[in-house]
Design a protein around this ligand. Structure first.
Ligand SMILES: C[S@@+](CC[C@H](N)C(=O)[O-])C[C@H]1O[C@@H](n2cnc3c(N)ncnc32)[C@H](O)[C@@H]1O
Length: 300
């Protein structure tokens, strides 16, 4: 528990904002690679990737209640090792509504519904970049999920965002996120479509100044990195305006760190890399390049 206590003390949530308190998945803390703890004040979410005994969970609950500057009202455990990743309360009651707050933007959470709660803390660096790049841009947000990147782009002054995801429910949550942040609905579009059957439609809606690609690590027939990233990179030029930019997010611990850069240099050698980002100090990785990697490219 000492390791957890020390880490948590370094990662107290700031002003009610969402924050990763403990990132064991990066294998930086021996014996804890099964554990993630996120703060969505006033709720704390504990995610476990293997079974732990109730006495250990009770100890963790006591630690979280004692250590955090504002005692959590709710501590929710999600057990990812069980089928359907069910959640159960360790402390308090489930709030009727809860939002993750990041840089003043609000993201409605869907707790207990499915494995993903509606917000990815490890994409904060990507959202910050998109917010910064957004000014007057026409943005295409592929694999949009609950549209976090769209909110960031609009907050940064984007002219317009097209969000595409084949998960209609996730896009509904995305629409709600736009409403609760007060964005003009005319600035965002939502396409509940499978990407690889929709390039014709996207071409007609384009060209775009910024295309964001944040696919899953692997999702059955819908997306596998080895098969679908090359297809996606090949289609980017037809979606982009001259000088258009791409933010490509690689989330594949099973892939070599240079997987995407090699693909870009092979398939789109004219694309110039502007930078690469990692999620930052809240997400320590024992082996650099094994976590999320964000690559920022520009076409000529
Ligand atoms: C990692 S999540 C995206 C997270 C999101 N960018 C964010 O920042 O919150 C991946 C999403 O890709 C979608 N997806 C996977 N394969 C797809 C495909 N072939 N066409 C469209 N959407 C797809 C899934 O439905 C899922 O919502």
């Amino acid at each position: 528990m000492e390791t957890i206590r020390n880490e948590i003390r370094k990662h107290f949530p700031r002003a009610g904002e969402a924050r990763r308190l403990f990132h064991g998945r990066g294998h930086s803390f021996e014996g804890y690679s099964d554990l993630t703890i996120d703060a969505y004040p006033p709720l704390i979410m504990v995610i476990l990737y293997r079974e732990r005994r109730q006495v250990w969970l009770d100890e963790l609950t006591a630690l979280l209640r004692a250590e955090l500057p504002q005692e959590p009202e709710t501590i929710l455990l999600q057990e990812r090792f069980l089928h359907g990743a069910p959640s159960r309360l360790l402390h308090g009651t489930l709030p009727v509504e809860l939002e993750a707050v990041e840089e003043g933007l609000r993201f409605r959470l869907r707790l207990g519904d499915s494995q993903n709660v509606g917000f990815f803390p490890d994409m904060a660096a990507g959202r910050a970049l998109v917010r910064q790049l957004g000014v007057n841009k026409r943005v295409l947000n592929l694999f949009a999920y609950s549209c976090g990147f769209s909110l960031a782009a609009l907050a940064g002054g984007a002219a317009h965002v097209v969000n595409l995801d084949m998960n209609r429910g996730a896009l509904e949550l995305g629409k709600l996120n736009h409403r609760i942040n007060g964005f003009d609905p005319r600035r965002a579009h939502f396409l509940p479509l499978e990407l690889f059957r929709s390039f014709g439609k996207l071409r007609k809606l384009g060209p775009f100044d910024l295309v964001i690609c944040d696919p899953p690590a692997s999702q059955g027939e819908s997306f596998t990195a080895e098969r679908h990233w090359p297809k996606l990179i090949r289609r980017l030029p037809e979606l982009l305006a001259p000088g258009g930019q791409v933010l490509a997010c690689l989330n594949g611990p099973h892939l070599p760190a240079d997987f995407l850069t090699l693909l870009f240099s092979e398939i789109l050698p004219e694309a110039r890399i502007l930078g690469s980002l990692e999620p930052g100090p809240d997400f320590p990785e024992a082996e650099p390049g094994k976590g999320v990697i964000l690559l920022h490219y520009a076409l000529p």
